[in-house]
Design a binder for this molecule. Structure first.
Ligand code: GTP
Ligand code: MG
Length: 194
């Protein structure tokens, strides 16, 4: 994928703010700090287009990144304990409204940290994604934090906890491994062609 003309097209909290030009979208969901914004930066080969932070709760809006005739959509992270209940509810509303309203959404991918057993919220989000008719692709992030020989064991915990039906639905990703980006684009472009 050519990523020389990438830009932040819209920042939105409700459908009035979503971009209107028709174009296929991939959305990335997952708990706070799992690496959604970093994943998008890696995919578009920019260091800091999507703002990242070592402190969870960085992305609080829906950010639409335009890449050629596609969009990558950075969703606010969930499961961040240090925010008020009303703020948590408002984020849940932002995410649910988007997932329910968006007709040009090609896939919602769930990001989970390869090191950790998915949380109850991850399981709920995954069920929701699959029930909504998406393929149920999972990206296990921060793969560089686990030795190659240990990864299969971690992926099994993720697959078993989420109830992922096919092992091929779990993809590993690390922002520090360049080949990941090419492989991931190949997967996304296959979905677009299909
Ligand atoms: P919210 O916006 O709070 O929902 O978080 P997010 O999911 O967008 O996470 P973000 O991309 O901001 O990354 C959180 C932290 O994880 C940052 O300190 C990143 O540098 C780090 N991180 C992300 N991806 C990787 C990775 O592949 N490997 C390693 N080692 N660190 C990563
Ligand atoms: Mg973020």
């Amino acid at each position: 994928m050519k990523t020389d003309k990438v830009y932040l097209e819209k920042v939105a909290v409700d459908p009035k703010g979503y971009p209107t030009e028709p174009c296929g979208e991939f959305a990335f969901a997952g708990r706070s700090n799992v690496g959604k914004s970093s994943f998008i930066n890696a995919m578009v080969r920019r260091k800091n287009l999507a703002r990242t932070s070592s402190a969870p709760g960085k992305t609080r809006t829906i950010n639409f990144y335009r890449v050629a005739d596609l969009r990558l959509v950075d969703l606010p992270g969930y499961g961040y304990a240090k925010v008020s209940k009303s703020e948590r509810n408002s984020w849940a509303g932002i995410i649910n409204t988007y997932l329910e309203a968006r007709e040009n959404l090609l896939e919602v991918l769930l990001l989970v940290d390869i090191r950790h057993k998915p949380s109850e919220l991850d399981v709920a989000m995954y069920d929701y994604i699959v029930q909504s008719g998406y393929s149920g692709l999972v990206i296990a992030t921060k793969a560089d934090k686990v030795a190659k020989g240990q990864r299969a064991r971690h992926l099994k915990v993720i697959a078993d906890t989420l109830g992922v039906k096919e092992r091929s639905n779990i993809l590993t990703f690390s922002t520090s491994e360049k080949q990941n980006v090419e492989d991931m684009w190949a997967i996304l472009e296959d979905i677009v062609r299909f």
